[in-house]
Design a binder for this molecule. Structure first.
Ligand SMILES: [Zn+2]
Length: 287
């Protein structure tokens, strides 16, 4: 069954407002022609949401899924890293993590646990899922969903940081400008270097988990968690869809075809349960 799943899979991501701490790369220099004003509503600015934030967000969701299945996840940090607080690392180990790379010991196939297998990162080991950035554009007709793109509108937010001391009477301390994307709707493109059933099941379950916990601070996307700038609706696009069907998901004027409904039923009744059984077996074997 796994051979029916293409190495390229897509996650639909929708959000009213996304603020990415590591910043959004924009192409405004192309559009500016020397007279760019960042608050001009006529700006047609696109850009890129870097893969780093997306990857961390997904990994965290996957770790939760493993832990809810009573497994432990690879700790994302090195054991000898300089953690800011004493005891943080040990506290994490008690809360469902094993030290990064420990899973490679006594591991016959050398892949480590399923998290390490997917994300790599130990001894220059590449992960088996390639996470791409999302290219966004305000012009929907130029968005190619089959290439992991999204409709999105670049915004420059101005935040006045004011004093919280009562006697200061909300005196402004500084003005912060933030890059944001508003009304984002599109595809995040992931590619498996090797497609394993447990990978697909873990991805499906993690995306469900992230969608169900999208308002929890710890499961928001990006680095601005205190003002709702990263609450994301997400959904794994049925991996059985072909490209035409994938595009149709984003066509507001059209619903599912009968063929798509059939594929949805096949996915949830046949494929996913089989892949989830493989995930359960692997997590069980690793704990
Ligand atoms: Zn591990």
């Amino acid at each position: 069954m796994i051979e029916d799943v293409d190495r390229d899979v897509f996650v639909r991501i929708q959000t009213d407002l996304l603020v990415v701490g590591d910043s959004i790369m924009t192409d405004r220099h192309h559009a500016s022609n020397g007279n760019y004003e960042d608050d001009d509503p006529q700006n047609q600015i696109g850009g890129i949401i870097p893969a780093f934030s997306l990857s961390g967000w997904l990994r965290h969701g996957m770790e939760k899924v493993i832990q809810e299945r009573d497994g432990t996840a690879c700790h994302p940090g090195e054991a000898n890293a300089n953690f800011r607080k004493d005891g943080v690392y040990n506290r994490d180990l008690d809360a469902g993590y094993h030290p990064k790379g420990d899973c490679l010991e006594d591991d016959e196939d050398g892949n480590g646990c399923v998290i390490l297998d997917l994300f790599g990162g130990f001894g220059n080991r590449p992960g088996k899922v390639m996470r791409r950035p999302i290219k966004f554009s305000p012009v929907r007709s130029s968005v190619d969903y089959t290439r992991g793109q999204a409709e999105g509108h670049y915004r420059r937010l101005n935040r006045n940081v004011v004093s919280r001391n009562e006697e200061d009477n909300r005196e402004p301390l500084r003005n912060a400008e933030l890059d944001a994307v508003a009304n984002l709707d599109g595809c995040w493109h992931l590619s498996f270097r090797e497609t394993k059933p447990e990978f697909v099941a873990l991805l499906a379950e993690a995306i469900d988990y992230l969608d169900a916990h999208k308002t929890d601070f710890m499961h928001q996307l990006g680095g601005a968690r205190n003002f709702g700038g990263g609450i994301v609706d997400c959904e794994l696009v049925n991996p059985l869809y072909n490209e035409t069907e994938l595009r149709r998901v984003f066509d507001r004027g059209k619903g599912n075809t009968n063929k798509m409904d059939d594929k949805d039923a096949e996915w949830s009744e046949e494929y996913l349960p089989e892949f989830e059984a493989e995930l359960a077996a692997r997590v069980e074997a690793e704990s």
